[in-house]
Design a protein. Structure first.
Length: 570
């Protein structure tokens, strides 16, 4: 017999999927109305199945947490707190810091929140994936808006593009990762995996990173890698700025280990001679015959002579080591476009003479110490970069002069800008980076002197407040174009290495998430701005608040399985 099925007009309506905050609001409202309406009446009024309402109420009775905790965390305010906590935990543990996803669940479990938030690895793995997708969406939205605002600002200023200097380097984990950062703002423009690190790969990566941005790369600071240099000089067609760290590191790599080992050996030898002398003094004090005493006195004179010779040898070794350190530090002190003691412009010729003196001193110390030919080759290799360092100074002065001339300012104002205001802003940056209090105080003294000179310039005082503000911003921007180190990109590589070490694998999605966090979330400078704010010149939407609005509420823990039905291990 063939059965026939007929469709009815009253088809089953699809069930509404209640979100967690909606459930918390309804349960809280029912508890407030308790005594006035029954479960059935409340369910009908709010279009909720009665069994669903009963399930919501009975779920709380099965929790083992304290009644006070249940009351709070099952309320709308409690759900909002759990949501904020979950987003913050993933953001700070897995993206800002190199913790694994499993640690987030462990943290929530130890905090006693396992009754209210799922703490399993699988739940937080899915949550982490959703977070990375949300970050990707945020970056795409913000980039469109910030680029539009940057273009409007450049148009207002009468400029077509913003001049920038890039810092470029490669890191490995173990895949090749190409990293390019804008020097002034520390904004990451390129952070991507690549099969190769040749010029063509770099050209493609930088072109993609700069696409749609109204910027013009005027120079790049990077090491002496062949692929990088070809990409900079031929691909981008801009100046390759000499990187100070690699010059200093080359000398230190060839000399510091040998000189340090000799100093330690001399110190150990002196210590042994002093111990031998102390033993002889003790024996002499305990000696009972004049014959033994006289014999010990001869030995003591010989031991004292040995100690004196060892002290002189140690002093010589320490002096050589310190002189080499001074030569290396001298490279850093000489590699400035302005004199830190008086703020006067230093020409390329002056810098060249100072650098030559430092390299000659390093070579002289190496010759006096009798270092190996291998050590001397390191010094010679570093010395070959002297011309590049001088060219970097010349590039900066030429670039600043051309930019200042483009403003068509009065001669007095132009001189004030070139000889006071730009050096003043450069010294401000140097003071913040000074490693010792004495050096910082010395630079601050120069800053005070330049500030007094600026206050005494009558042409400057006649300008309006808005004109002075614009020129100060221009001077601050010009000062950032002397980039002598790629320490920012080296530091970024170190951060990526920590993340790779923590989870053993950085896929492309995680790497992009880390880039977005660096650009739009971290505030590590004195002005409390993000890299994106400094690069685009305007603040974007707060990342954390955007995530709170966009991310789903944290999942509930799975219902505990009955022991009777659970799988047993035989």
């Amino acid at each position: 017999m063939k059965l026939q099925y007929t469709s009815t007009e009253n088809e089953m309506q699809p069930r509404k999927k209640w979100t967690r905050d909606e459930v918390a609001k309804k349960v809280h409202q029912f508890k407030e109305d308790r005594g006035e309406v029954s479960q059935r009446q409340f369910a009908q009024q709010h279009n909720i199945a009665r069994t669903t309402l009963q399930h919501w109420l009975s779920r709380q009775s099965r929790m083992s947490a304290s009644p006070e905790a249940i009351t709070f965390f099952e309320s709308p305010a409690g759900v909002a707190f759990l949501h904020r906590l979950c987003v913050a935990s993933h953001l700070m543990m897995t993206l800002v810091n190199p913790c694994g996803i499993e640690q987030v669940g462990t943290f929530l479990d130890l905090a006693g929140l396992g009754e209210f938030i799922a703490t399993s690895y699988s739940a937080h793995y899915r949550y982490s994936k959703e977070l990375l997708k949300a970050l990707d969406t945020y970056d795409d939205e913000q980039r469109i808006e910030l680029v539009k605002r940057l273009k409007d600002e450049l148009k207002r200023q009468g400029n077509k593009a913003k001049p920038i200097i890039l810092l470029e380097d490669e890191t490995f984990h173990p895949e090749i990762c190409l990293v390019a950062i804008e020097a002034a703002s520390n904004f990451i423009l390129v952070e991507t995996y690549s099969e190769r690190r040749d010029a063509e790969s770099w050209n493609d990566a930088v072109e993609l990173g700069l696409s749609g941005l109204p910027v013009e790369v005027v120079a790049v600071n990077a090491d002496e890698g062949k692929g990088l240099k070809a990409h900079i000089e031929k691909g981008l067609g801009v100046t390759h700025l000499c990187e100070l760290f690699h010059v200093q590191h080359e000398i230190s790599k060839g000399t510091s280990a040998t000189l340090g080992q000799r100093t330690r050996a001399a110190s150990d030898s002196l210590k042994k001679c002093q111990e031998a002398e102390d033993k002889l003094k003790k024996k002499k004090k305990e000696a009972k015959s004049e014959q033994v005493t006289s014999k010990l006195e001869l030995q003591l004179r010989e031991a004292a002579c040995n100690v004196k010779n060892k002290q002189a040898h140690l002093q010589e070794m320490s002096h050589q080591q310190e002189e080499m350190r001074e030569a290396v530090r001298g490279l850093s002190n000489s590699y400035h476009p302005y004199d830190l003691e008086n703020g006067v412009k230093r020409s390329a010729l002056q810098v060249q003479k100072d650098l030559e003196a430092c390299f000659d001193k390093a070579q002289r110390v190496a010759d006096e110490a009798g270092l190996s030919q291998r050590s001397c080759k390191h010094i010679e290799k570093a010395k070959r970069l002297k011309e590049a360092m001088v060219a970097t100074i010349a590039f900066f002065h030429t670039f600043v002069t051309n930019r200042t001339a483009s403003l068509n300012l009065d001669t007095h104002i132009s001189d004030c800008l070139n000889h006071i205001l730009i050096p003043l802003n450069y010294l401000y940056a140097c003071a913040r980076k000074a490693t010792t209090a004495d050096r910082r105080n010395m630079i601050k003294k120069t800053i005070d002197e330049l500030s007094e000179r600026l206050a005494g310039v009558s042409a400057w005082q006649t300008l309006s407040e808005s004109q002075r503000v614009n020129l100060e911003a221009f001077a601050q921007e010009c000062a950032t174009f002397f980039v002598r180190s790629d320490s920012q990109v080296e530091g970024r590589n170190g951060q990526l290495s920590l993340h790779h070490h923590g989870i053993h694998r950085l896929n492309s999605d995680k790497l992009r998430g880390l880039t977005i966090i660096h650009n739009h979330f971290l505030r590590r400078r004195h002005d409390n701005t993000t890299a994106a704010e400094r690069f685009f010149g305007v603040p974007g939407e707060d990342l954390f608040e955007w995530l709170l609005y966009s991310m789903k509420l944290p999942p509930r823990p799975a219902q505990k399985r009955s022991r009777i039905n659970s799988r047993k291990v035989l």
